[in-house]
Every structure is written in C-alpha cells, then in structure tokens.
Design a protein. Structure first.
Length: 301
C-alpha cells in the first residue's frame, strides 16, 4: 500500500513466485506519479531507527539449521526435508549485534606481534554468546537464552599478521549454552514436559584492522555446533531435538558496512533481543552481568 492509501498488487504463482510478485508491486509503484507516492499528512510521531553507537560496529548475524551427509560432514538441507522434517524457517534468518568503540578496540593489542594471544573480555564474549547465538530459525522468538545460560566458554584473539598498515587476528573459542524450555503441543499448546535447550559450539573467525584508517575492515565469525531442545517445525509444531539426534546449527557474523552510511529511514532495525527483550532496560544489553544480577534478584527464594 502506498503512503497515500493505494493498494498495489502482485500475483504469486508457484513455489518461487513471491519474488516475481514483489517485483510487480515495485514496478507498479515506480510508475505512479509523485503525488500518489507521498502522503498528504502523517499521523503520529515519526520514529526513525535508532543510531548505532558512535564509531562502533554493527554485526549482521545469520543462523541456519544444517544437516549431516553420509560421512558425518555438515551440509545444507536439501529440498523440503530436514532430517525428515521441514523447519519453519529453512533458510538463514538475520539478526544483529551492536558493539561500542571500546569493545572492538579491546580486541586489538596495543603492540601487536605475530603469535600473541589474549582473552576476549568476558563481558564482550558473553554478549556475543547470549545475544548473538539466538537461533531465530528454531525458536520463532518464543524462547531466548536466560542470563545464566553460559555454562562454559572461552574466546581468544591471536595475532596472525602485524604490519605497519594491517593487523589480522584469528578469533577462536567455544561455548556451551543451556537454559530451561517447555515442550507443548501445537497449536493448542498443551503442556508435555520441561526440557533443556542446549547449544554446544566452536567459534572461529578473522578480524582485520586497518592501522592507517584506524578502522576494522573485516570481522567474520562462525559458530558451529549441535543444538538439543525445543524447536519449531512449521506445520508439525514444536519438536524436541535430543542428544541422540541433535540439530546441527550454524551462525555467521559479518560487518554491516551500511549501518553508518544509510539515512535513518533506510537503516536496518535492531535485533529482537535488543529492541524487545531489553526495551525497558537497555543497559542490560550492554552489560550481561547487570542483566544476570537483576534476574537473580527476581528469582524465587
């Protein structure tokens, strides 16, 4: 629907017809006169997407369930099947993680030398794990990691190259996340049992820092491991992945270079975790230890 209230239509034909239908809508919109594309007035307050932190980084995150081939190697699901079930979101789902300037700077040593290794700050590592490794493809926003979900975890940064112009770091580590979940029938939502949501994964990545521009030009990070617990299988409802048949699950992080280039009206929104879970306590998004302390105060004695 245009700003002036005119409905535009496209026809979806076949399983792959959505893209064609959306293009028909865009083509029809482009042909409209300017007067029909602009509203005469705007109701309510215009609220553009919030700006990311000054001189920070915005990481785009994609998560996707995977499968195993005959040799046990990870692979993308083929066709409509995923180990006999079709997931509700079979393709990668997009989220994001905002980093402040002091956070990304903490990853780079003051005097980097090849082979040098240091621990990533605990607060930053927990933000990556708790807010970045949320499987949108499996949970459909009905579940999230609790503030005490990190059972074990480590994240290190190792200098693999250091020149006058470039510092390249290897990011590597692992994490085990665990939180309680509830399995129920669908769509009538009758209680079945309490279960454990669990993700055991390794992390590997590359960070490149341009010393001339004083800028991180690349931050690619992958988490890959097995998920057990509650997950959503579309029309087949909520299912349980067990230790005997876990769901292989992968995450990929990359820098969103457009975050500081696009105007507010075209800026991508914040993640669900950021915008909704912490909508009344945003300081908990920046400090998971505060989130944990506040959560512990509210637990039954």
């Amino acid at each position: 629907m245009t700003s002036s209230g005119r409905l535009l239509e496209g026809v979806v034909q076949g399983p792959d017809g959505m893209a064609k239908a959306l293009q028909e809508v865009l083509d029809a919109y482009a042909k409209l006169p300017e007067a029909e594309r602009r509203p005469n007035e705007v109701d309510g307050e215009i609220k553009p997407q919030p700006e990311p932190p000054r001189n920070g980084l915005v990481l785009t995150i994609y998560d996707r369930p995977l499968g195993h081939d005959a040799k046990g190697q990870y692979r993308l699901p083929e066709g409509d099947d995923f180990d006999g079930l079709r997931t509700h979101a079979p393709h990668g789902q997009r989220s994001s993680l905002w980093l402040k300037e002091e956070e990304w700077k903490s990853l780079i040593p003051d005097n980097p030398a090849k082979g040098q290794t240091h621990k990533v700050a605990t607060k930053l590592a927990k933000r990556v794990w708790l807010y970045g490794l949320v499987p949108q493809t499996l949970w459909v926003v009905e579940e999230s990691w609790k503030p005490n979900a990190v059972r074990t975890g480590e994240l290190d940064a190792t200098v693999v190259e250091a020149t006058e112009k470039l510092v390249r770091l290897r990011l590597h580590g692992s994490v085990l996340l665990s939180s309680p979940g509830v399995l129920h029938t669908w769509p009538d939502r009758k209680f079945i049992k309490n279960i454990e949501n669990r993700y055991d994964a390794g992390l590997e990545g590359v960070l490149e820092f341009d010393r001339v521009k004083n800028k991180v030009t690349r931050l690619d990070l992958v988490a890959l491991g097995d998920f057990t617990g509650r997950w959503f299988a579309g029309n087949k409802g909520w299912k349980e992945a067990t230790a005997d048949a876990p769901l292989p699950l992968g995450f990929a992080f990359e820098i969103d270079h457009t975050a500081y280039e696009l105007p507010a009206e075209r800026r991508r929104p914040r993640s669900f975790v950021h915008a909704y879970i912490f909508r009344v306590a945003e300081d908990h998004y920046w400090d998971p230890e505060k989130w944990l302390a506040d959560w512990q105060k509210r637990q039954p004695k």
